[in-house]
Design a protein around this ligand. Structure first.
Ligand code: NAI
Length: 342
């Protein structure tokens, strides 16, 4: 018994060594746009996460205020807010493991995410430039819409600086899965905590494709169409209800915090961490669609494995065909803009 015990202690010690050799202990998380509707509750949730050791908050307005407020919460992490200057942004980004970007304008009723392109493209480009310079190795989490275009824009900026790593750029589509899981639980009377509906494609309207069949569900006719529409246009419900005051912020903050937590878990050595996310993906490259959201296994270096879409029904294939067509246009629009507006 004693030998067994000493072996298991040795095993634990070896594991610890293996763990510290591969996993990163640094966990500085940066939020750019931290004083916004998403940024504030996201910063709050990140402050409550014990995996975060340093929280750095930047906004063109109000970063230090949010940092002072959140910084009083009695968890260990240090919180710093930065002035909206190039120096402030540089200091904020330095040494980051994760950079989350919810900076930009949200939708008003009647707008599509693409209507935000003109404003948000340059905001994301400028922040990406700073990140490429000051935190080139960080995992970049893009929340700012239209995600289908802002992710390719970020990639183009990183490519132009020679620091692009496709394994570390993520469009945050977690909210689509959160909604798809909540909405099916409302149809089926199930516990939403046990639902994890696969959603693939992109992050706007008909590029969002829920694959209910992969959870063993089969809705028919009107019920199916209403469900799909609700997942694809769930964001519009919030935009309409807020009546001009913006789009989803609280559910988005939860979704963003969940994705950051998953990345930190993976970075700290946990195996089998899977999240849906919009990444540089081989799945539909042959059809000219260079970025695609599907389930991705995360590891210490970001993307570890991109899961294929898997088996789908004929109806789901129809949704996927429509998605690919729209998505290709959104991606090309972002790439073209980034090249013309360096
Ligand atoms: P908001 O207007 O409340 O906050 C945006 C914040 O960004 C503001 O505090 C603003 O000062 C800041 N900002 C603007 N330009 C900046 C810059 N150059 N550098 C740093 N900060 C800057 O908007 P909200 O509701 O927080 O939404 C932010 C973005 O997230 C929008 O583009 C929205 O469409 C998107 N979104 C994405 C979702 C997703 O699932 N990926 C879901 C919901 C919203």
């Amino acid at each position: 018994a004693a030998r067994k015990a000493s072996q298991s202690i040795l095993g634990a010690a070896l594991n610890r060594r293996a763990f510290s050799a591969t996993a990163s202990n640094a966990s500085k998380v940066v939020v750019l746009g931290a004083a916004g509707g998403i940024g504030q509750p996201l910063s709050l949730l990140l402050k409550l996460n014990p995996r975060v050791t340093e929280l750095a908050l930047y906004d063109i307005k109000g970063g230090p205020g949010v940092a002072a407020d959140v910084g009083h919460i009695n968890t260990k992490s240090n919180v710093t807010g930065y002035e909206p200057t190039p120096e402030g942004l540089a200091a904020c980004l330095k040494g980051a493991e994760i950079v989350v970007i919810p900076a930009g304008v949200p939708r008003k009723p009647g707008m599509t995410r693409d209507d935000l392109f003109n404003t948000n493209a340059s905001i994301v480009r400028d922040l990406a430039k700073a990140a490429a310079q000051h935190s080139p190795d960080a995992n970049m989490l893009i929340i700012s819409n239209p995600v289908n275009s802002t992710v390719p824009i970020t990639a183009e900026v990183f490519k132009s600086k020679g620091v692009y790593n496709p394994k570390k750029l993520f469009g945050v589509t977690t909210l689509d899965v959160v909604r798809a899981s909540r909405f099916i639980s409302q149809v089926k009377g199930s516990d939403p905590a046990n639902e994890n509906i696969v959603v693939v494609g992109g992050h706007s309207g008909e590029t969002i494709v829920p694959l209910l069949s992969q959870s063993g569900y089969e809705l028919q006719g009107q019920q199916r169409d209403e469900y799909v529409k609700r997942v694809q246009f769930g964001g519009d419900e919030v935009v309409k209800a807020k009546d001009g005051a913006g789009s989803a912020t609280l559910s988005m903050a939860m979704a963003g915090a969940r994705f950051a937590e998953s990345l930190l878990k993976a970075a700290q050595g946990e195996k089998g961490v899977v999240e849906p996310t919009f990444v540089d993906s081989p799945l539909y490259k042959d059809q000219g669609v260079t970025y695609f959201a599907s389930n991705v296994t995360l590891g210490p270096n970001g993307v570890e494995e991109i899961h294929p879409v898997g088996k789908v029904t004929d109806h789901e294939q129809g949704l996927l065909d429509k998605c690919l067509k729209d998505l290709k246009g959104n991606i090309e629009k972002g790439e073209k803009w980034a090249k013309e507006n360096p």
